[in-house]
Design a binder for this molecule. Structure first.
Ligand SMILES: C=C(O[C@@H]1C=C(C(=O)O)C=C[C@H]1O)C(=O)O
Length: 249
């Protein structure tokens, strides 16, 4: 058994209930944050043993294994994964990806092509000066004003299309990691403690980013959920299937 477990989370408030208490539940744990899109590289390079990776990267890397039971999910509007529209639906041709995201960029492309039946091109954020719409995730999306032609909440659109919740990110390890049981135990204990501390976490983000404690509590405790049930797994599997058949990502 290793004497140190390195965990990597995302720098968003929705990571906090999963990540905040990790070091308290086990003295072997060290934690750092990185953009979700970079976490798969951290895992593969051995900079992290356990990371909260975008599910799109989990699907693309069969050498990774998901830890069971927890993730960052939404059943209906998530409020922090948005397509911010400069033009109205029907006029959207170019879409900027959020450079920090993997899952939401793929979800936006899937929904625009399949659900909204638009002919669109996805572009890296920097390569496009004024996209017709842009994917924005995390606290930046949650706290921003709506785009000139409004916002589309991507978890809400997914729910309308499929009737299912959507899972954005899950804890994962390299499949040959020897202590899967030990770290699974740690993430569940940390979430149990994080859940108890939800109000304290909400207060901290209200102090840091503005808004009331109730606003953050509502987001972390209602818009997002962390315990994955059968429906969540159904949503996850359907997304995997849709990505493999409908779009390249
Ligand atoms: C719901 C969210 O989910 C995030 C979205 C991710 C993605 O698009 O790849 C990755 C990690 C999640 O934290 C959010 O941060 O707003």
């Amino acid at each position: 058994m290793k004497n140190e477990f390195i965990f990597a989370g995302a720098p968003y408030s929705n990571s906090a209930p999963l990540v905040d208490k990790l070091t308290e539940v086990d003295p072997r744990v060290r934690v750092f944050n990185d953009h979700p899109a970079s976490l798969v590289r951290d895992l593969k390079a051995g900079r992290a043993d356990v990371a909260l990776i975008p599910v799109a990267h989990l699907f693309a890397h069969p050498e990774l294994t998901m830890l069971k039971g927890l993730g960052v999910a939404a059943d209906g509007p998530v409020r922090s994964v948005l397509l911010k529209c400069n033009k109205r639906m029907g006029h959207i041709k170019t879409v900027g990806r959020d450079p920090a995201s993997a899952t939401s960029n793929a979800l936006a492309e899937l929904l625009l092509k399949k659900h909204f039946k638009q002919k669109i091109e996805m572009h890296d954020f920097q390569s496009l000066e004024n996209p017709d719409a842009a994917v924005v995730i995390g606290d930046r999306a949650l706290c921003a004003d709506p785009g000139p032609a409004g916002d589309i909440d991507l978890a809400e659109a997914w729910k309308k299309m499929t009737g299912l919740p959507f899972v954005f990110a899950v804890w994962a390890v390299r499949s040959d990691f020897p202590d899967i049981e030990a770290v699974t135990d740690i993430v569940h204990q940390a979430y149990a403690a994080g859940f108890q501390a939800m109000e304290e976490i909400a207060e901290r983000f209200a102090g840091k980013l503005g808004g009331t404690t109730i606003f953050w509590l509502d987001y972390l405790d209602h818009s997002i959920h962390y315990k994955l049930d059968k429906q969540d797994l159904e949503g996850l599997n359907l997304f995997k299937k849709e990505l493999s058949t409908s779009i390249k990502y």
